[in-house]
Design a protein around this ligand. Structure first.
Ligand code: ZN
Length: 202
């Protein structure tokens, strides 16, 4: 499956000069919501991810996604795995389970994101699950931003990857493009100004 082309076809692989939430700059930005606005595409991607997970041989009872970014990917993956779908959300900045969602002791939970960058939100959701007695058996995302190492992937684990290296991480592709501090950004050096993704309606 050519995930990069799916992102390009959906205008979800933006090229320009972006200021990321970390403060770093990049020439590219992934807008997964544009890919997932087509439910059939969401289904196709989730099914491919589910096959990887099933072939690996782990049992999953429930998929939990950190809202808002992971919501659609998590729901589609749960559907493909035919398991329960729940999501964690921030209340006053703290990740929590609401809406009557519960986790039973020993329940095997997979944490699903749209994109894993360093895995910060995924780890916050994992902490919620484990506090309630659940067991986080895997992490998954449609795409890996290149800081963590997925099963069968090409990128190596970077120091800023927050996912534990003892838990499998599944993704469909590695998007390993460069990120710069503002001081060392070659785009800035050429006189261009970085924009926050979303600030121009995207
Ligand atoms: Zn820049």
């Amino acid at each position: 499956m050519d995930v990069k082309h799916i992102y390009m076809d959906a205008d979800a692989l933006l090229e320009g000069h972006f200021k990321l939430s970390s403060g770093n700059h990049s020439q590219f930005y992934l807008q997964s919501a544009k890919v997932l606005e087509n439910p059939r595409t969401a289904e196709t991607l989730a099914e491919a991810l589910a096959i990887q997970i099933q072939e690996y041989g782990i049992t999953v009872d429930t998929v939990c996604a950190p809202a808002l970014g992971g919501l659609i990917a998590g729901y589609a993956l749960a559907s493909a795995l035919n398991v329960r779908s729940i999501f964690a959300e921030r209340v006053d900045g703290t990740m929590t389970l609401r809406r009557g969602f519960d986790v039973s002791k020993g329940e095997k939970v997979l944490i699903c994101e749209d994109i894993i960058t360093t895995g910060g939100s995924a780890m916050e959701a994992a902490a919620v699950i484990e506090r309630l007695g659940g067991k986080v058996v895997a992490f998954a995302a449609l795409a890996n931003r290149g800081f963590c190492q997925r099963e069968n992937g090409n990128t190596t684990r970077q120091h800023n990857c927050k996912l534990p290296d003892t838990t499998p991480f599944f993704a469909l592709a590695d998007f390993d493009f460069a990120m710069y501090t503002p001081e060392e950004c070659p785009l800035c050096r050429n006189g261009s100004i970085a924009v926050k993704p979303g600030s121009r309606g995207n």
